[in-house]
Design a protein around this ligand. Structure first.
Ligand code: AHG
Ligand code: MN
Ligand code: MN
Length: 329
């Protein structure tokens, strides 16, 4: 019989490879996993408990906030508050930084507690995304600008998907590991180690309904994806879940490209650099893929505000390089 490895075991084994490690990052990942299990349980019974639908409020971005967004935000923040490891949380659902009780905590955590909220009411896949940075050393009182670090400084990142099964993917810079939740025993079980994204894929993923708002280079690239050329497996297939974490997860496993461009409707794109694009870029790069804003590496962007947006093109190396060649032409 195959030996099962739980997330807890995997994290402890990984930590033991670093003799001096105090286990803080391991604890942080376990706290996130605990919140994820609670969110997963709530997502699965969402229809029954009448948690579906708007809670009547808008968040500060002017988007309607769903009850599950708030629930996920609370659960993740309370899990992170259990140990004195995190000093600051930046969430899509909070306008400013949230300071946790112990300001000396070692890590700064960014999160999108519930990604793909428009999928809630149709029981389609949604997710949670997280990104972890070190607090600056030798600084007592942190300000928001201490959280503005480029994606290359992430010490860990990952996502949890609440889909036909609940899975957690994370990286600490040593490859990407995938865990699947077995709800009957309440444990995440290792399902894939050191995942590699295909070098090239035949799926493109974007909201093509927004074609009219795009610039010419992107229109041409999408026409390239649709052209007939069996040697390069074209025409590609189109897939769009409308939940970046889920679209990127499919791209990780099957290859291809996910795109949320800038456009005349969204001049800086719509997706958030710090809690959507950077963590998913860290995952994809760790699996051998690329993530670009069309011209440069997403993780090299120097952030200027915690909620800023960026265009993003992410996926297999071959596909992202091809896309970039259209922007250079
Ligand atoms: P969120 O639910 O956290 O606001 O994020 C939704 C995002 C992202 O996950 C998805 O890729 C994108 O919005 C979908 O946007 P469109 O509806 O414009 O396609
Ligand atoms: Mn999101
Ligand atoms: Mn969200």
């Amino acid at each position: 019989m195959k030996k099962l490895t739980t997330l807890e075991e995997y994290i402890i084994n990984a930590q033991n490879k670093f003799p001096g490690a105090r286990g803080d990052l391991s604890q942080l990942l376990r706290d996130i996993a605990l919140a994820a299990k609670i969110i997963s349980r709530e997502v699965n019974k969402a229809g029954i408990t009448n948690i579906l639908g708007l809670d009547g409020a808008s968040n500060f971005h002017g988007e309607s906030v769903k009850k599950l967004d708030l629930f996920a935000n609370e659960q993740l923040q309370s899990a992170l508050g259990r140990s004195n490891i995190t000093c600051m949380v930046i969430s899509e659902e909070n306008e400013g930084v949230v300071r946790l009780s112990d300001e000396s905590g070692k890590y700064i955590v960014y999160m999108d507690p519930l990604d793909g909220s428009s999928n809630i009411d149709i029981s389609a896949t949604i997710g949670s995304i997280f990104s972890i940075y070190m607090r600056p050393e030798n600084k007592k009182h942190l300000t928001e600008s201490d959280a503005l670090q480029p994606g290359t400084k992430q010490v860990a990142a990952g996502y949890v998907l609440y889909g036909s099964s609940t899975i957690m993917a994370y990286t600490t810079g040593m490859g990407v590991q995938l865990f699947t939740l077995d709800p009957s025993i309440g444990e995440f079980i290792l399902s894939d180690k050191e995942v590699r994204i295909p070098e090239e894929g035949n799926i493109y993923s974007t909201d093509e309904g927004s074609y009219i708002y795009w610039d010419e280079a992107l229109k041409k690239y999408v026409k390239y994806c649709q052209a007939y050329d069996p040697e390069t497996k074209r025409p590609y297939k189109a897939r769009y879940i409308g939940c970046m974490a889920a679209d990127v997860h499919r791209t990780l496993l099957q290859g291809g490209i996910f795109m949320y461009p800038d456009s005349s409707k969204y001049p800086n794109g719509k997706l958030r650099l710090m809690y959507e694009c950077n963590p998913l870029s860290f995952i994809i790069e760790q699996a051998g893929g690329l993530s670009s804003d069309g011209k440069k590496r997403i993780m090299k962007i120097e952030p200027t505000s915690i909620h800023e947006c960026t265009p993003v093109y992410i996926g297999s190396k071959g596909n992202v390089e091809k896309l970039e060649s259209f922007f250079q032409a």
